[in-house]
Design a protein around this ligand. Structure first.
Ligand code: ACO
Length: 274
C-alpha cells in the first residue's frame, strides 16, 4: 500500500499459540518512537485485534530497550519544523495507538525488557498488565532535556504510583529499576531478565483459558470505574454485564453448569472448560 519496507520494519510481530508477540523494532535507536513507528504500530494493532488466533497481545522491545520514549529527532525536532500541523499530526499518531491499545479487544501485557522512558509510559499504561526485568530502567527524563512529562506521562505516573513518588520521579529525572518499578506500581512484578519471557508466557496462557467476552468486559470495567463515583460504577457495571451477555449467551451459563450441576471445577480455583 505504498509504505516502504523500513517503515514496516519498525515493528516486528509473530503469533504463536494464541499469543501475539509485538516488538518495538528499532534496537539501534533504543526503540524510540518515531512517527513512522507510530503509524506502523497502529497498522499492526489493527491487523491483530480481531484475529481469531490471537487471545493475548504482548508488547516488548528488541535489543536492550523496551522504548527510549519519543524520538527526539524524528518525533520532536522534525515535526516541529513543519509547524503546528506537524506537531499535532505526530501527537495524533502516537496518542492514537496508545488509546487504541488502552481499549484493545484482547488483554495486553507489557513485557518491559529494558529502558523505558518518557513517552514509553503511554504504552506502558495502555497495557493491562506489565512485567519488567529487574535490570530494566524506568525514567521520566523529560526534565533532563527541558520539557514536562507530556503525552500522558505525568498522568500515567500519578495513576500508577503515589503523589510523592510521582513528584520525585518527574522532578529529579532519576531512573528506577524494575524492582522499584514493581514496588511503586508501575508494573505487576519484576523478575530477572532471563525469566521474564517464561513468566509472561505463563500469565498469557492463564488468560487464554478465560472467557474472552468476560476478559474484555473486565479490563474495560477496571479502567472505567477508576474515574466514577461508587453509584455510577455500580450502574455502569450492571449495564456492562448486561451488554456482555448479548455477546456471550452460553459461556457464563456453561460456567455455572460445570460448577453447580457437573461439579467438574471450582470457579474459586480456576476457569471453566471452554
Ligand atoms: N530519541 C532519538 N534518538 C534516540 C533516543 C531518543 N529518545 N534514544 C536513543 N536514541 C539513539 C541515540 O541517539 C543513538 O543514535 P546513534 O547511534 O545514531 O548515535 C542510538 O539511539 C543509541 O543510543 P545510545 O545513547 O548510544 O545508547 P545507550 O545504550 O548508550 O543509552 C539510553 C541508552 C540511556 C536509552 C540513551 O539512548 C538515552 O538517554 N536516550 C534518551 C532517553 C530519553 O530521554 N527519551 C526521551 C524521553 S522524553 C519523551 O519521550 C517525551
Amino acid at each position: 500500500d505504498g509504505v516502504d519496507q523500513t517503515e514496516l520494519e519498525t515493528v516486528a510481530y509473530t503469533v504463536e499459540a494464541g499469543i501475539a508477540w509485538v516488538s518495538f523494532n528499532r534496537p539501534d535507536k533504543r526503540n524510540c518512537m518515531s512517527p513512522r513507528l507510530n503509524r506502523q504500530m497502529m497498522r499492526v494493532l489493527d491487523a491483530l485485534e480481531h484475529r481469531a488466533d490471537v487471545g493475548v497481545l504482548v508488547l516488548t522491545g528488541e535489543g536492550t530497550a523496551w522504548s527510549a520514549g519519543m524520538d527526539l529527532k524524528e518525533y520532536f525536532r522534525e515535526t516541529e519544523a513543519q509547524g503546528l500541523a506537524g506537531t499535532r499530526g505526530a501527537q495524533r499518531e502516537s496518542y492514537g495507538w496508545w488509546r487504541r491499545l488502552r481499549w484493545y479487544q484482547k488483554p495486553t501485557i507489557a513485557m518491559v525488557n529494558g529502558w523505558c522512558f518518557g513517552g514509553g509510559y503511554g504504552p506502558l499504561f495502555a497495557c493491562d498488565l506489565a512485567f519488567a526485568a529487574e535490570e530494566a530502567q524506568f525514567g521520566l527524563s523529560e526534565i533532563n532535556w527541558g520539557i514536562l512529562p507530556g503525552g500522558g506521562a505525568a498522568k500515567v505516573a500519578t495513576e500508577l504510583t503515589n503523589f510523592r513518588n510521582a513528584m520525585y520521579h518527574s522532578l529529579m529525572g532519576e531512573n528506577v529499576d524494575g524492582r522499584k518499578a514493581a514496588e511503586w506500581g508501575f508494573v505487576n512484578e519484576a523478575l530477572p531478565l532471563a525469566q521474564l519471557k517464561d513468566r509472561v508466557t505463563q500469565v498469557a496462557n492463564i488468560l487464554l483459558t478465560k472467557n474472552p467476552v468476560a476478559l474484555k468486559a473486565t479490563k474495560d470495567a477496571i479502567r472505567r470505574v477508576r474515574e466514577m463515583t461508587y453509584d455510577n460504577a455500580e450502574d455502569y457495571l450492571i449495564r456492562a454485564q448486561e451488554a456482555a451477555n448479548s455477546f456471550d449467551n452460553e459461556g457464563r451459563k456453561e460456567g455455572i453448569k460445570q460448577f453447580i450441576d457437573d461439579k467438574t471445577y471450582k470457579p474459586g480455583l480456576g476457569a471453566y472448560d471452554k
